[in-house]
Design a protein around this ligand. Sequence first.
Ligand code: SF4
Ligand code: SF4
Length: 401
Amino acid sequence: MPRMNRVDNRNFSIKQLLEISACTNCRICAEVCPAVSASLDGELSAIHRIKGLNRILKSRIGLFRKLLRGRGLSDEMLKHFSETVFRCTLCGNCQEICPVGIHLRDLWLSLRQDMVHSGFYPKKIDRVRDNLEESHNVFAEDNEERADWVEDIREAPEHGYIKDKAEIVYFTGCVAAYFPLAQKIPIALAQILDRSGVDFTLLGEDEWCCGFPLFGAGLGDHFQQFVDHNLGAIRKKGAKEVVFACPSCYQVWRDYYPDEFAISHASQFLLGLVKENRIPFKNLPLTVTYHDPCDLGRGAKVFDPPRELIQSIPGVKLVELPNNREKCNCCGGGGNLEMIDKKLSSEIARQKIEEVIGTGAQAVVTSCQQCVRTMLTHVKRNKVPIEVMDITQLIHRALGD
Ligand code: SF4
Ligand code: SF4
């Protein structure tokens, strides 16, 4: 890997540098890390990463640089360290449990950016940047085909849910737009919104990736063009609100986009429609458990709306996972891990599905296209007799007359 010039500590805020020094070496973060439990490799833990980061930071400043000269921080070590940095789902479980309150998830994002600036990062990361710059979606697909899933809806309106003007924009996100196993989510949500009389539109080919994969890859420098483009596309529609079924789109919008439009996650938006009696339900006898997506649960603290929504359907019984809400275990699909280490991502998904099976539920419901994709891939590949669905699919199935 080429070594680049940017080897100072400017990727970290003063607050982050102070927080790092507060680590007490308690090791609790390693106990809750899905990457550690799935790989049995302690090098993937937060504590190991903090120690490595401390050495790197010190090696860049005055006296310590002299002290460390000749021992450690070789290119080999940095290369190995960077591989551990990217073998993480960014699930935030370590941050949730850290007793001294280190904002570890944010720290991992800064660390990834630092690794990219230093030139020590997995080459596969370049693919994220290239795909997004060339095609504006993470899969390098033709962006004109972004709303092609509408063709799978029987009796879709002639405008294909792409109107010139509308009050609400449904921002689909790359995974739901292109990945066949996840396309049932926008198909379900568009039909529910339509049935409830919501004035909404898609952006179609004018929707670009929200930009979250860039942050996850340490490529935040390339983010702004995606913000500018998406904001412009929504302004043209005259919309007041943007709805997301993808927690990562929702979170990146909340944290990094200007506060110009009202935003809501689909679980919140649909609950509002239920409370206004705009969604008629039939009885649906089904026992389900609920998986809190990391970015919606721990990230955005949206825990109750999905549960209220599930419990509003007559006949549906909700049983909780042993680890739920803030403690919910990751599905293995976050942090670009699937691209960096597919085997590790699959093993985390296997552990997740084991926990789901233990509840005795007939189906696991979540509120995230990436969680659906990761869990469903495992279930299908291994013929596990359990249904995996997004909350929009559950609501769609329960629609009455
Ligand atoms: S964010 Fe999740 S996967 Fe990454 S180190 Fe923390 S607990 Fe482990
Ligand atoms: S939980 Fe926090 S304080 Fe404890 S070892 Fe991990 S990072 Fe350090």
